[in-house]
Design a protein around this ligand. Structure first.
Ligand code: F6R
Ligand code: MG
Ligand code: MG
Length: 387
């Protein structure tokens, strides 16, 4: 044992009710019971939660990331939950379990995975963020705000350990490549990429070797699984989760949460096809209603000691976030009036994995060539000043 601890967060939609709105109590309980009964000697602690139609399992162990026994436990727990979901006829029962048999690693099988191996501090506080009705790139904006924007995180200016900046690992999820860039020096390069949130996603954030309290450590991780790439067709967006370590040379709890105080636009929502505001909510409001949304994020705050979790605190269950929620609803009212038009609806390239191409395909035989008037367009047109 190297004194390291692994936090593995694995989530899946295995059925919900009445549509893609909320998890069902008995299914949640079945998953919890399965993990409880089968984790002895494997996990030192775990916590089961939910947001929208996704069940979320946070697990603590010392087996490192990508451990097949830990992944299999989550997979089998979701399988057990799926049995109950099927029995009562939940909608989309077993939806995210895309393969028949477990094959050593849950990655690429449907569930979303965010895990990091850490050297635990004397007190190890962290927040698990869980989003529904959106995609991994939805984390780009808040993670950047937390770890790189001094207007969000004054610690970047004031705290000497944060002043040196952080290292961002960014994945190009279309081409399967990754790059590491450093703040503050590479800030503009980072922004040049992560604004394209359906292509570039922040996967991990590390401290630099110069960090006095926590050198070279993984301090944030996001699930980056793209269900549509795995399944080759629309199977729901890839509702992501992320783990962010906080305090003592890292963003404070409040600096981390502050990144969600502005309900920024994310893609997903109804049919995975619309832009909408991300609304921070408490666990009690973690259900999808209006237009299958709006997309929501829940934040659970824990501390970890000797492999045991204390908490969580339901961080967005607080009137301090009422303003963000109100703004989100105003944005919803505004956007919804656009119906199926861009930019409320996603642009063409993002609709590729939805069912829209099938509709457009059907229309193909009815298309006629257009007289493009190429010759006419070559004529120089006199433009008068002032036109
Ligand atoms: C989005 C989502 C829902 C469904 C919608 C239609 O991620 O899960 O918005 O896309 O409710 O669902 P189906 O096609 O299953 O009737
Ligand atoms: Mg669903
Ligand atoms: Mg979901």
């Amino acid at each position: 044992m190297n004194g390291k601890v692994t936090i593995s967060h694995i989530k899946a939609d295995i059925g919900s009710l009445p549509g893609h709105s909320a998890v069902y109590g008995p299914v949640l309980e079945t998953v919890e019971k399965y993990v409880k009964n089968n984790s002895s000697g494997l996990l030192s602690d775990f916590y089961i939660s939910h947001v929208g139609d996704d069940i979320q399992i946070t697990m603590i162990h010392n087996r490192g990331i990508d451990d097949s026994r830990v992944h299999k436990l989550a997979w089998d727990a979701f399988k057990a939950g799926t049995e109950v979901a099927k029995k009562v006829g939940l909608y989309g029962a077993g939806q995210d379990l895309l393969k028949d048999a477990f094959s050593g690693n849950i990655k690429g099988m449907g569930p979303g995975v965010a895990e990091m191996e850490i050297t635990p501090r004397k007190s190890e506080p962290f927040i698990v963020y869980m989003m529904d009705k959106t995609e991994p790139g939805a984390f780009n904006f808040p993670i950047y705000k937390m770890f790189a924007d001094p207007f969000n995180t004054p610690g970047l200016v004031i705290d000497n350990n944060m002043h040196e900046g952080f290292v961002f690992e960014i994945w190009d999820i279309i081409n399967g490549k990754k790059i590491e860039l450093s703040t503050p020096q590479d800030t503009y390069d980072i922004l040049a990429m992560i604004g394209s949130k359906s292509k570039y996603v922040i996967k991990r954030v590390y401290t630099k070797p110069s960090h006095e309290k926590l050198p070279d450590e993984n301090v944030a991780v996001i699930s980056t699984d793209k269900l549509s790439f795995i399944a080759g067709e629309y199977v729901g967006k890839d509702d992501p989760a992320g783990i962010v370590r906080i305090q003592s040379g890292l963003p404070a709890s409040g600096e981390s949460l502050e990144a969600f105080s502005h309900p920024f636009l994310v893609s997903g929502w109804m049919r995975g096809s619309f832009n909408g505001p991300l609304m921070p909510v408490g666990q009690k409001d973690a259900k999808m209603t209006r237009f299958d949304g709006p997309p929501r994020v829940v934040a659970l705050g824990f501390v970890l000691k000797d492999g045991k979790l204390s908490g969580p605190v339901d961080m967005f269950d607080d009137p301090a976030f009422d303003g963000a929620r109100r703004t989100a609803v105003d944005i919803v009212d505004y956007l919804r009036r656009m119906g199926p038009f861009e930019p409320h609806r996603l642009p063409d390239e993002d609709m590729e994995y939805t069912t829209l191409p099938r509709i457009l395909q059907k229309l193909q035989p009815r298309f006629q060539p257009v007289d493009t008037g190429k010759k006419a367009s070559r004529k120089k047109v006199q433009v008068r000043e002032g036109d």
